[in-house]
Design a protein around this ligand. Sequence first.
Ligand code: NMX
Ligand code: MLT
Length: 394
Amino acid sequence: MLRGIKLTDEDVLLELTDKHLNIGLRGVPVGTCRTSFVTPTEGVHYCGYPIRELASFEPEDIVYLLMNKELPNASQSQEIRKDLASRAKIPGDLASVLSTLPKFGHPMDWLSVGIHTLGMFETTDDWKEDALNLIARMPRLMGLIFRIREGRDSNIPEDDTSLSLVDRFINTLGLENVDKGVMKRVISTYLVLHMDHGGGNLSTFTGKAVASGKATVYSSIAGAMNALSGPLHGRANQSCLEFVLKIGTSDTDEVEAFVRAELDAGRPIFGFGHAVLRVEDPRATVQFELGEEICPNDENFKIIRTLRDVAPRVLGENPKISNPNANVDIASGALLHHVGLTDPTYYTTFFGWARVAGIGAQIVDERSVFRGGKGVPIYRPKYFAEQQTLRHIE
Ligand code: NMX
Ligand code: MLT
């Protein structure tokens, strides 16, 4: 028993053998997490609440939950909005820095550089202050990344801080001919669903590891974004919509032929499988429900609907695959595409934007709450030498 937490044989490697090495720390207990936990059958819970029950909350309220471990009441909900608004002004010329970046670079690299830049403009020596400042400044950073990469004017007025985080992004983005109401709904849901996923997912673990050496919140979260940018992690949402666009038909046989050809070519089926979940991810289910409501006849949505039926059956033929079901990345691209965000290379930046809240809250906990406020010590797991024989230069 660890402070009321019961470790089961599944969680803990009671007898460590060499079969537990070089497997990406699967099942190796590392620490505790105050913001969320993930179960194989119900998925992520934020501070105890199953994600399904939180999906239609406003992002600001979930930021409050992750930071304070309680849902806000009406006045706390107003307070967190005011607090974030008071932090929104960026203390430096972010647009000029972003304008120097190569437009052919990946948007996730822009996001990471953007977060680093915000840290160079200002850090406060207070973990929570920095985490909240970064959360408050993300909408403008996100909007500027789009505008500048697309060659649109970045000399735009400061954010109207009476607006929500998502409205501030939509304003900075400044797209014409889109339904801003539906866009807001899709992005708000996206943010809430992606904000946190337990302590051990690669980007969160990376962010906390960097922070354990007392790097700043900004450096730590920029590092986390680099971890998130890999196709097996956050960038699966980009890859998933890219192959949806390539498939181009919701015909079951053609989708099945595509999935089999991808597997034969040794490529993963993006949007399926998970390190922890063993059923369809509830975050995927929620997004499918949203899609059925707002865009049931969208061509891409129809394709992912077919993929959702076909891929688990095909992947299930391989007994090595622990979970053939849809994960969070199956549906988000089709929804973003539907609301006018049609370039999949940007999709992981939304994942990153969302996760700043969860990783930020977990860094605050690890650095300023655990061990009576002293914080978790610098990360230093053990590795065995493969070359055990002592050698000397002749
Ligand atoms: N397509 C093809 N092969 C797969 C898939 C998939 N969707 N899922 C698992 N496998 C393979 C996996 O590569 C591994 O092969 P090998 O033994 O040759 O290394 C084998 O099945 C066993 O893997 P698992 O134990 O089931 O899964 P693991 O925990 O290693 O990996 C993922 C989890 C998520 C990395 C893996 O399921 C995957 O690559 N999925 C596709 C990419 C994806 O959608 N990633 C997003 C995950 C969520 N997120 O946003 O971070
Ligand atoms: C997720 O959101 O599914 C992840 O960050 C991947 C994981 O939990 O391993």
